[in-house]
Structures are given as C-alpha cells and as structure tokens.
Design a protein around this ligand. Structure first.
Ligand code: ZN
Length: 1044
C-alpha cells in the first residue's frame, strides 16, 4: 500500500523525488551523495609530455617526473602521458574499486602494455574499474599508464565548438584517486531516474505518468540512503512498474550502440586513430559485461587504423564480431560525402569497404550507413544495389531548414529506378543516451505511424567518439517492455530492416535525390580540396586505363595494383563527410592537400611508366586519349627544336595517335574593334569580349553547306541535324553581360564553413574595377588567348585568360584569383537567352533536373545546388552549358546561370581558401544535344596526354562504343585477377539503348558482374564481330569482366 499524499499536488511529489537523486541539492542526505564510499590518493603520479602522438612502447621508456593534481600541461594537440602507481587499502576487501580520473582532454588507460579503457569527462566516462569485488589475492599494488590527448571530444575550438582551435589551450587533471563505488546505489539511482523521466515524459495527459509519480514517491518513502537494506524494497517497486507490459500493437524500438567518429573534422586524422582506440576499447569492456550489447560500427578505414595501431584490441574486436555483437556496417571505406565524389569514387568506396569487411570478418554489409552527410545523390540507390546493399540508414535530412521531409521509413528510388529500403531514425539523432525521452520522441516523431512499427535508436556519444556507457545500457534494460513506452529490443541493423521489409505494403516511395536544405556552402568551401579531388579522380582514371592497355601491349609491364589501391584509399579517405565538404580545421586541410600531392606524385609516375610502355620508347610526339570517343583537339607539343608549338590532333577513342597536325576548318581569328572590344571567331562561336572581360555577345552558329571534312566531333556537335542551312543564335540575354564576376556578403547563421543562406543573394555586387583591360595575348590559327585583370577589393584580384581553340565549341576561361577576403562569396554569372523551367546538372553516372523558378518552398530551398562537370539550361534544339574543371556549386535562377567559385568562411578553419586559386570553366552553346555537352565536359577534365612513340606507329584504339549515349567510364584490372579486366559503362542521356562495345584487345570471355566485380554466372556477354552487345535502360550502370 502506498502512502496517501497529503496534497493532491503533482509538483511536490515530482520535485521531492528529483531532489532525492540530485547531484546539486541535499547530497549530504540524499541517495546521490552515497554513490561513492571512501577514497584514497594514488600512491605516485608522474607525467611526461610529448609534442607528438607516440606509441605506448616508446612512451613508457621516457623519463617521467612528479605531477601534482591541478598542474597544467599542454598545449593543444600535445599528449601528456601519466604513470600512475596505485596501492589499494586492504580494508577495502569485497568492495568495487575504481580509479577515478577526471581530466581535461581525452584519456586512454594502459595496463600491462595494452589499452584497456577510454576515459573522457565529456563522454561521462571517468572511472576505470580496478576490481568489481576486491579479493585478498588480487594485486593491490599496480602501475597504470594514462595517455591524455590535449584535445576534447570536439577538438579545441575557442569560444564555440566550430571556432578554429585555440593552439594554446592548457589542460589539467582534476582528480586522480582510488575510490569505493557503491554499485547498489547506482542501480537504485538508475531506477529513480527512469521513473522520474517517465513521469515527466508522459506528462499530465497520461495516467501511466501518474502511476509512475506515485510509485517513485513511495520509493522515496521506502528508501533510507544510509541503510542499504532498505534499497531492495524500493527497487522491487520500480521493477514491478517496469514489468507491467504493453499490448501487442506497441511500437518496437531497435536499440543499437553506436559511436559516430568523424574520420577528421575538428581534429586531424591522426587523432581519429586514437579516438577509435579509446571508444572501441570501451565498447569491448562493455561487451564483456553485457552479452546482449550490440554495437554498429562503420568505416573500414577506421578498422584498418585500429588493426595497425592496436593489434591486440583488434583481435578482441574480431572476437566480438564473430559473436555478432560488434557489427561492421555501411560497406564503405569511409562515411563519404553524398554529393561530391564522382560515380567511380562512390563505387570504390563500396568496393574497398565491402572487400575489407569480407577479408577481415567474412562479412558482407547489407545496409549503407551514412547518418551524417549533407545530402544524398540520386544515383546512390543503384550504386548500393550494385554493391549488394538494399537497405539505407541516415537521419541528416531532419536538419532541413525549410521543408520537413515527409517520411521516416520509405522506399528511396534512384535516378535509374533502383529502390532501397530507407530508414531515418525518427529520434533524429545518431547519438541518443537510452533515456525515456529518446524512446518517446522516436514514437512521436515517426511520420510513418501505422505504416512502420519498428524504428532504430542509436545510442552512444558521437561525432568525436565516446560511444555508449554502462548507464545507457542499464536504462534501456529496465524498460524493455514497459506499458506506456515503446518496446525496446537490443537489435541489429539486419533485424530492423528485416522487420521493416516484412511489413512494407504501406510504405511510400521518394523518387530522386535526397537534397539537404542546409550546408549548401560545402559545394564550394576549401576550393583546393575540391580541385585535388577532381584532379586525382581524373589522374587515377588515366593511370588505370593506360596501365590496362600497357598490360596488353607490353608483356613486361606490371599492373600497379597495390600502389593503385593505396592511392585510391587516400583519395577515398579525403572524401570523408567533413573533409571534401571543407568543413574541417586547417590541420585537416593540410593533411588532405598532402595526400592529394602524394596521389599526384605517385599517380603521375605510374602514368608516365604506363604511357612509355604504350609508346614503346619512340621519339615522335603522340597523344593518348583515355575517353571512349574520338577527339579532335588543339594540344601543345614540343617541336624538334624543343619549342612549344600548337597542333590540332585527331586521336581515336581509348587510344593513341602520333601527332599529325591537321588544318582547322576555320582558323581562329581575333579582331580588336574600334571601341576596344575584341571579337573572337572559330566558325562555331563568335564572341565579343568587353574591355572589362565580360562577354557582350556569344553567337553560336551551325555553318551552312558541306564541310571540308566531317570528323566525329562535328558529327557529335550537330548529330542528325540537317546541316544544309546555316543557323546562328545569340547565347546571351539582351542587354546582359556574360562572364560577370559577382561578389556577395556571406555571413551564415552559425555553421560558417557549411552554410550559405538565402539572404546572401540580396547583397550581389558586380566586380567592375578593371586593373588591366582585355588585350590579345596570342593569336594563332589554332588558338587565341585574351587576358584581363580585375580588382575584387584592396587585397583580392582576378586575372583571367579567355581561350578560343579551333574546332572547339566552347569558350574557355582560365582563371587565377588572389583571394584574401572575409565572409565573401565569389561567383560568375552568365545570363543566357534560354527559357526553361528546369536546369540540368551532371551527377554521378548521369544527370538530373532542378527548377529554375521559386514556385514552392521545395523549389526556393534549392537556391544553391551541386553538380559535377557541367550544368545546362536548354530549350528544344538550343541550350547553353557551363562546364568546369574543379567546381561543384551552381545556381540557375530564371535565365541566369551561376557558377560558385570561392568562399571565405572563418570557422572552423580561420584561413579557409585564403591565397592563390586556379580553375577553369567554359561556356558552351549547343544545339540541345546532351551528348555533346557530356563529352566536351569530360574532354575539359581529361586532357589528352602526350606520349613519345615511333613515327611508324599507326593510330590505334583499344575500345570504342557504338552509341554516344553510352560512356565507357572505367577500365581497370579486376581485383585479385591479373588476367581479367573490369570495364564499367553507363547510359548518360536517360534513354534505353542497345550499344556495342568494340575492342581490339584479345578478349576471350566477357561476363556481367556487379560493382564488387562478382561475376554473374547466368549472364555471359556475347562477343561478336560487331563487339559486345549491351542493353541499357536510362542511366543504367553496366560492369563487365573481360577475360584476356
Ligand atoms: Zn559526421
């Protein structure tokens, strides 16, 4: 029988119970005050400061000197090692004894040369358990080491979390002592906390809340903190309440431990290795005590780091992977950005990730796990399915600034129609704490009530690591089936998705990209990282293609498989979702740029070796084309005297040709007009450049009559259009200037490097101050170059070369910017004479449309969008495309096409983007044929490579594709199969086609395979004299194994 309250007053009962477990009030007499018993200081505390991160084996040999609690050490990013000598008093027999360690920074306890426990005040871990019940025969004297990293879970930002790190921050240890821990007090405290949270969460509308209120009040009545024999009665009241069960229809929460560790963000890559060590060793300790505890862990790269830095811990992890508790998830090398990596990069994320998990653990991940990136490409469902994955978990769209995403559990349909079952944990978090509110929020927020009766709750400190705690497990354990709360099941991703799939008739479908309406600045921030990514993707492509061909043409050539894997893994690492978006600190930028340099250095060397094998060591200049169409381009070579010289060359698809200069149909002409403007013409384009470098006019023309020669390029340009009559058309909007640089104020609300807000558009200022007006730099029948300079501000300027090549349908803008701005955004605009409600943007293995108007909130929320090598605005039979060689941010509003160039945020990198920049973009009017834009955007990004060959070498081609809609994207050696090649093609127009892949290589067999290069034995590809015939649906990716 409960005691009857004197007042019918919810508040007094509630607050009474709160004070009973308060860590602030009444700790002299309440239950919280009894959590710890006696304590004693450690016997000896010594320290050694290391500026570098060093292994234990090195640290333990250093000279340690005495340390007094409270003394400071540092600064930021250094490491303080402590040697802690302990002597437990014999009178503590049978007690649970902890080393209580409260310090700044993140700590790791080492015992007998091995890491045993992570300790982080921010992550609510301040105890290392020395003994659960001290026995006389246990060692009472012990020496431990504690490695304290001088950075917090979230780095060392000064003032705000995302501020640039304070390099001078100092750290200290506040408590280091032995202490008796009263486990029975902790258990009762957890009961009280859960009961109280139920009272508060269920509120006054729910009778269950009142039942909890009276129960918790009676628990206070029964419990005398100074008499542990009174505890069981209070505990049994709580237990009786927790075990009152739900009806059968209750929602089920699948609880999974998780620890989101950003592979680099507010701390450098090297610190992430230790974050993994600290977080995962703690997980292993929890697993030893809690056999039901399940932990989902992503990112193969982090496993690889732990494997090489903490081999003993890694073997313990392997043990728990085998037991099904420690679950590798995601299937990717890192949790990459979902927008910017190329299609092939995304494939490699899965290839490297899935192969790693398979080799190390015999596991194939069935779900893609990407809770924290800034939008998700419409091509991901197909790439997932091609990598053996049909489930997807994220939650980031809950951050949308404008529109609320309508589903939590749904089918996501990609660009090609592939579908994956997708779940956004309705609690909108990947770092819950197992609290009652996490459970109620999950049920309340679920936007698929009645459609999906299962949800995920991911618990554990995250972003900077930390992970789950015993307290979180204890909380969840109490309310597994408690009337009024959802059912809680310790579960796995697999079990969750199986439940969702088994009852999916009512689920809705979302088609197309998952666009995050926030963080749109990440398409532009840290321009050097973006450039490094694009250039290295291109370089590794060319290394793979040329190495495959060299292998076929030169018996002594060895395919650099190991080196390529190493370089790919570096590139994939930099695609992590805080690195390639540019949302990281300066130390990370330095690391990332160094990795790109490594890839460029080694990649260029590999390319040189492969190309010299292909050229068989002659002395005549030749060019190599790694793309799957014939190209006719102006290149710069060196003539016999070693002087640079231009040549118009023709080179077959995926092939090589000696340089045999041809005459252009129309030479490039340049005329300086009386008003100072400059007219440039090449028979396709006729442009007038104003003195300030803007375009006054850009007329595209399709010449009349017959051609002297029609090469493939011209066929591609003009396609099946009747070329008998001349058509010319102005590309630019009346009275407007193209190539107009514009500067905006760029001050977001908080997330500086991440966000560009809608209101920045109201601050547009054209860059008009001319330093050097336009002038002719060179004028050759094959290439004309103009140049001009503009001042952006006192400290920033632009110098640009406008380049027109013979036979080239685009005008190229090679741009240098000296950039020293603060919170400004530089873009370039082209107002074009095209009217269309939608603009088209290249994405991974395809393209998609986004609106050019602002009808609805979903339209206006996309005021800044991402794309890859091109964006296009087209009417029927005419359009203008904007190409680029390293940019990703665009906006097309009404008729104005804008390319985003540079930003100047100050956090978390105070020097983001300051300095010199080089990039190229191009404007390309066209007759509305997507194929020409797609191919020329590739051409702009994949330069023809110069080779030396012998004069007798005839032009040769290794591969060609019969239909211009199909792009042969990738040619590589199959993983672990030296006699087999993988080729990957995709349909790029959005059409259903049959195409023939022709090859001059001695292919014996061809098989369809998936993106993991697993042969489909039911699908041999027929090789005929016309080539390998292949069927494509819109934007379909097809991979083949070619056995040589
Ligand atoms: Zn993250």
């Amino acid at each position: 029988m409960y005691h009857q309250p004197v007042l019918k007053n919810r508040r007094t009962l509630l607050e009474r119970a709160e004070k009973f477990i308060s860590d602030i009030y009444f700790t002299d007499c309440n239950l919280r005050g009894r959590l710890y018993g006696e304590s004693c200081p450690v016997e000896k505390l010594e320290s050694f400061l290391s500026p570098k991160r060093i292994p234990f084996s090195e640290a333990c040999k250093q000279d340690f000197s005495p340390y007094k609690v409270g003394e400071t050490f540092g600064p930021t990013w250094s490491t303080c090692w402590f040697r802690v000598s302990l002597n437990t008093p014999p009178s503590w027999s049978s007690e649970e004894v902890h080393l209580l360690w409260e310090s700044d920074g993140e700590a790791m306890v080492w015992r007998d040369g091995q890491p045993v426990q992570g300790l982080t005040k921010e992550g609510e871990k301040t105890s290392y358990i020395l003994s659960e019940s001290l026995q006389d025969d246990e060692p009472h004297s012990l020496v431990l080491y504690v490695e304290v990293a001088c950075n917090g879970l979230f780095g060392a930002g000064q003032g705000s979390m995302i501020a640039a790190p304070d390099p001078k921050r100092m750290f200290s240890v506040q408590r280091a002592e032995l202490i008796i821990f009263n486990r029975h007090v902790q258990e009762l405290l957890t009961d009280f906390e859960m009961m109280l949270d139920i009272v508060k969460e269920l509120g006054e509308q729910d009778q269950r809340g009142f039942q909890a209120l009276f129960t918790v009040n009676e628990m206070v009545n029964l419990c005398d903190p100074s008499d542990r024999s009174s505890f069981p009665r209070a505990r049994s009241l709580a237990s009786a309440f927790f075990s009152q069960r739900n009806g059968q229809s209750q929602h089920t929460v699948h609880a999974m431990g998780h620890c989101h560790i950003d592979s680099a963000w507010l701390w450098p890559y090297e610190e992430t290795i230790r974050k993994c060590g600290r977080s995962w060793v703690t997980v292993v300790r929890l697993m030893e005590k809690n056999p039901n505890f399940v932990f989902a862990c992503s990112q193969a790269q982090q496993f690889q780091w732990v494997k090489s830095w903490y081999p003993v811990l890694y073997s313990q992890i392997q043990h728990f992977v085998n037991k099904g508790q420690f679950i590798p998830v995601g299937g990717t090398w890192v949790e990459m950005d979902g927008n910017l990596p190329s299609g092939e990069s995304m494939v490699r994320q899965f290839l490297e990730g899935q192969r790693f998990f398979n080799q190390e653990f015999g596991i194939h991940c069935k779900e893609f796990w990407l809770p924290d990136t800034f939008g998700y490409s419409a091509q991901l469902p197909q790439i997932m399915q091609g990598s053996g994955i049909s489930n997807f978990l994220t939650q980031k769209l809950s951050w949308n600034l404008v529109n609320t995403f309508p589903h939590n559990t749904f089918f996501w349909e990609g660009l090609d129609g592939s579908q994956v079952l997708t779940h956004f944990p309705p609690g909108n978090s990947y770092e819950m704490k197992g609290k009652v509110e996490d459970l109620t929020k999950t049920v309340k927020n679920n936007k698929d009530k009645g459609r999906a009766n299962h949800s995920a709750v991911l618990f554990g400190f995250g972003d900077g690591g930390g992970g789950p705690t015993q307290l979180m497990l204890d909380r969840l354990q109490r309310v597994q089936d408690t009337d009024g709360l959802p059912r809680v099941r310790m579960s796995t991703p697999d079990a969750l998705f199986s439940e969702l799939r088994s009852n999916s008739q009512l689920l809705c479908t979302w088609s197309g990209e998952l666009f995050l309406e926030l963080h749109n600045g990440t398409y532009t921030t840290q321009a050097q990282i973006k450039r490094g990514n694009r250039q290295c993707e291109t370089l590794l492509h060319d290394v793979e293609v040329s190495s495959c061909l060299a292998l076929c043409r030169d018996q002594s050539f060895k395919y650099p498989a190991e080196k390529l894997r190493e370089l790919w893994r570096l590139l994939l690492l930099n695609q992590f979702h805080d690195v390639i978006p540019g949302s990281c600190i300066e130390l990370v930028v330095e690391d990332a740029l160094r990795y790109y340099e490594d890839i460029r250095d080694s990649g260029s060397q590999l390319l040189k070796t492969a190309l010299s094998s292909l050229g068989s060591g002659g002395v005549c200049p030749a060019v190599f084309n790694s793309l799957s169409w014939e190209r006719h381009e102006v290149v710069q070579i060196h003539n016999e005297t070693g002087r640079p010289q231009l040549a118009l060359v023709q080179v077959p698809s995926v092939g090589l040709s000696p340089v045999k200069p041809t005459e252009p149909l129309t030479p490039v002409s340049v005329t300086v007009q009386s008003d100072g403007t400059v007219l440039m013409e090449n028979g396709i384009l006729k442009s007038v450049v104003n003195k300030d470098g803007t375009l006054a006019s850009c007329v595209w023309s399709r010449p009349a009559g017959s051609f002297i020669f029609i090469n493939v390029i011209m066929k591609v340009c003009f396609g099946a259009v009747d070329v008998s009559c001349a058509v010319s058309r102005e590309s630019l909007l009346d009275g407007c200037k193209g190539n107009q640089f514009v500067l905006f104020d760029d001050v977001p609300l908080y997330w500086d490097a991440w966000d560009v807000m809608d209101y920045h558009l109201q601050t547009r200022k054209p860059v008009v101050e001319v330093v050097q007006p336009v002038h002719v730099v060179s004028s050759d029948p094959l290439r004309a170059t103009l140049s001009f300079s503009l001042r952006i501000s006192k400290r920033s300027c632009i110098t640009q070369n406008i380049i027109m090549d013979a036979m080239c349908p685009y005008l190229r803008f090679s741009t240098q910017v000296e950039w020293q701005e603060s919170h400004k955004f530089l873009k370039v605009e082209f107002p074009v004479r095209v009217h269309s409600p939608n603009a088209t943007y290249e994405i991974q293995f395809g393209h998609l449309q986004r609106p050019t108007h602002r009808n609805t909130s979903w339209d206006w929320a996309r005021f800044e969008v991402w794309g890859h090598k091109w964006a296009d605005l087209s009417e029927h039979n005419f359009g203008v495309a904007l190409l680029n060689d390293c940019k990703y941010g665009y906006s097309v509003h009404k008729n104005t096409m804008t390319l985003s160039l540079l930003r100047a945020p100050k956090a978390p990198d105070a020097h983001a983007d300051m300095g010199s920049h080089q990039f190229t973009y191009a404007i390309m009017p066209h007759s509305g044929l997507e194929s020409s834009v797609i191919q020329f955007a590739y051409n702009l990004n994949f330069p023809l490579r110069l080779v030396q060959t012998s004069p007798q070498t005839p032009p040769w081609s290794a591969f060609s594709v019969s239909d211009p809609a199909v792009v042969l994207e990738t040619i590589k050696q199959a993983e672990d199969q030296s006699g087999t090649m993988v080729v990957r093609l995709y349909e790029s127009h959005g059409s259903s086609v049959t195409a023939a892949l022709c090859t001059s290589l001695p292919v014996k067999e061809a098989w369809h395979c998936d993106l993991l290069e697993r042969k489909d034995p039911s699908r041999p590809a027929q090789i005929t004299t016309q080539g390998i015939s292949l069927q494509f649906t819109p934007f379909q990716i097809v991979s083949l194994l070619l056995v040589l």
